[in-house]
Write a protein that binds this ligand. Structure first.
Ligand SMILES: C[S@@+](CC[C@H](N)C(=O)[O-])C[C@H]1O[C@@H](n2cnc3c(N)ncnc32)[C@H](O)[C@@H]1O
Length: 255
């Protein structure tokens, strides 16, 4: 433990998460299996808003001939991804691009295109799906993770999330919108309350430990204030109100 390490909040809060979204490890594995079932050996993957690239790193580590491109705006998360890729021995098969996901120019199409917890990079679910579709090879799979309202959003949830009621829909409407946009769900995962709670305890717990272990660090007070605010937003605001669904999709070309 380095008592003077720079305060990189995003890396600290996600340090114990399988991915930067409320999914347990086995759900991540099952979604990747479903997305890549049709690709012998692993194929080519693209992750738009990849963060620390946990989806791609897992795919590369378990599929020796897979290759992947990760796109994100954050230099910190991409540096973390690059370090992890080196440690796993997959760096030669992972290309990382620091650019806005919407500006990543389509080249050769990909067998799987992911956008989990990053649809805001495109202005919402439907424009994100359109962008994903532009990068996808015929017969390929999209993996898209998006929020939805578990129940009608309360004023407290909207305030804590700084959200509008129209930012999300209920689960059935969310899936209807995806289907109406020309996609067929072939697999999916609805995050449970237990997955959300584990995600939030790890988010707040990692940051709390970081601050407690570095009492003299100039950023320790700010870290503790962030924990207090985040925990209040979760427990007094969006817990049980905001849901998260991850869909594995193929283009539906049926007439
Ligand atoms: C909640 S994280 C999800 C990361 C990753 N998809 C995962 O599941 O672990 C959202 C990511 O989207 C990235 N992001 C936000 N806006 C973006 C944009 N316009 N272009 C690319 N990445 C963006 C953030 O930097 C962040 O890493």
């Amino acid at each position: 433990m380095d008592p003077w390490e720079p305060y990189r909040r995003h890396l600290i809060t996600h340090a114990e998460h399988p991915v930067a979204a409320p999914l347990h490890d086995d759900a991540v594995a099952a979604l990747l299996d479903a997305a890549l079932a049709h690709v012998p050996g692993g194929g080519r993957l693209l992750d738009l808003g990849c963060g620390e690239a946990p989806w791609l790193l897992r795919a590369l580590a378990t599929r020796p001939s897979a290759r992947a491109v990760g796109v994100d705006l954050s230099a910190d998360t991409l540096a973390s991804a690059a370090g992890a890729a080196k440690r796993l021995g997959v760096a030669g098969r992972l290309e990382l691009r620091q650019t806005s996901a919407g500006e990543y120019a389509p080249g050769d199409p990909f067998d799987a295109v992911l956008c989990v917890g990053a649809t805001h990079a495109f202005g919402g679910l439907l424009p994100a799906l359109a962008a994903v579709g532009r990068h996808l090879a015929p017969g390929g799979c999209a993996v898209v993770g998006e929020g939805f309202w578990e129940r009608g959003p309360t004023p407290a949830a909207l305030a804590e999330l700084d959200a509008d009621p129209d930012d999300y829909a209920d689960l059935a409407t969310t899936v209807d919108r995806v289907v109406d946009a020309g996609w067929a769900p072939v697999h999916g995962h609805i995050s449970s309350l237990a997955e959300w709670d584990a995600y939030e305890w790890r988010w707040t717990g990692s940051l709390t430990r970081w601050a407690l272990d570095r009492p003299g660090h100039p950023d320790a007070p700010a870290a503790r204030e962030t924990v207090t605010a985040h925990r209040a937003a979760w427990l007094r605001g969006y817990r049980g109100v905001l849901g998260f669904v991850t869909l594995v999709l193929r283009r539906d070309e049926a007439p």
